[in-house]
Design a protein around this ligand. Structure first.
Ligand SMILES: [Zn+2]
Length: 285
């Protein structure tokens, strides 16, 4: 299983991806990954940049966040945003964190690359442009997690750290946790130095005449499978190959925007974009 493609707007101008299977129809987990389509930011942030930390006009970013919140029925005033630092710290958040980082950088949950919660209608939000978005939820739909894994977070085992917290906080074992790995930079575009490659198992490193490549998504997948997760959905799209759809830090030499990953426990089924899409089907090639 992979990710489904959903479009919205009168001309289908907004587009999102979501894990194809979120479990039982009534399991009440909703998760999305945005694309760069349909926002108001200008180049190099065109157009749906959701990151406040990249030098874009904050008014444009807030407008983009408002539009995403409205379409996904995830209003920004409920978001809990991680102020990511490429580490492996994961924290549990609750209703008191609603709105953290939604309108300004300074109020985001500081120094963490992973969030988890059991609080209903509290979307966990992180920002991405090549790093791997990891979505977690338990099969009963009681707890959700979101992690941000670049090479440092992957090498440090942030995915396993999230599994550990699911167990500590709610007694959920890895075999009952579902994971989805969203769009991220692929080995086709991710050259690394030998000092980085040395931190990873051989099966995720490729060497050829042009240098050393790392498969970050596969590294996360292998790590989670080794820890006991049996159901992992993978988007399988390279952000750097597809700068028509995605922002790519590597592909655009650092001058670009960010997509958002959002996941929440929602006790009521929302009449939202996934139930009434204005377009769906295959991701455009
Ligand atoms: Zn690529």
């Amino acid at each position: 299983m992979g990710f489904a493609w959903v479009r919205h707007g009168s001309r289908g101008e907004l587009a999102f991806l979501r894990p194809e299977s979120l479990g039982r129809e009534d399991a009440c987990v909703r998760a999305f990954f945005t694309t760069r389509w349909g926002g108001v930011s200008v180049p190099p942030f065109a157009s749906l940049n959701l990151g406040l930390h990249v030098g874009d006009d904050p008014r444009a970013v807030r407008e983009n966040r408002r539009v995403v919140g409205e379409i996904l029925a995830f209003p920004p005033e409920n978001w809990a945003v991680a102020r990511q630092i490429h580490g492996t710290t994961v924290v549990r958040v609750g209703p008191e964190d609603a709105g953290a980082g939604a309108l300004s950088l300074s109020t985001a949950v500081p120094g963490v690359d992973g969030l988890l919660t059991t609080a209903p209608d509290l979307p966990l939000v992180g920002f991405f442009a090549d790093c791997v978005p990891l979505f977690f939820w338990d099969d009963a739909g009681r707890m959700v997690g979101l992690a941000h894994a670049g090479w440092r977070g992957t090498a440090g085992g942030i995915g396993r750290r999230m599994l550990q917290l699911f167990r500590e906080e709610l007694g959920v074992l890895p075999e009952r946790i579902r994971v989805a790995l969203g769009p991220a930079i692929g080995p086709c575009c991710y050259r690394v130095g030998e000092e980085v490659a040395a931190l990873f198992p051989r099966e995720v490193v490729t060497r050829d005449a042009a240098g050393v490549s790392l498969n970050l998504v596969r590294a996360n997948r292998l790590d989670l499978e080794a820890a006991g997760v049996t159901e992992i959905q993978v988007a399988g799209i390279c952000t750097a190959c597809r700068t028509d759809l995605f922002f790519s830090h590597r592909g655009e030499k650092g001058h670009t925007g960010r997509m958002a990953a959002l996941i929440a426990v929602t006790p009521m089924v929302k009449e939202s974009v996934e139930r009434h899409p204005q377009g769906r089907g295959e991701i455009p090639r």
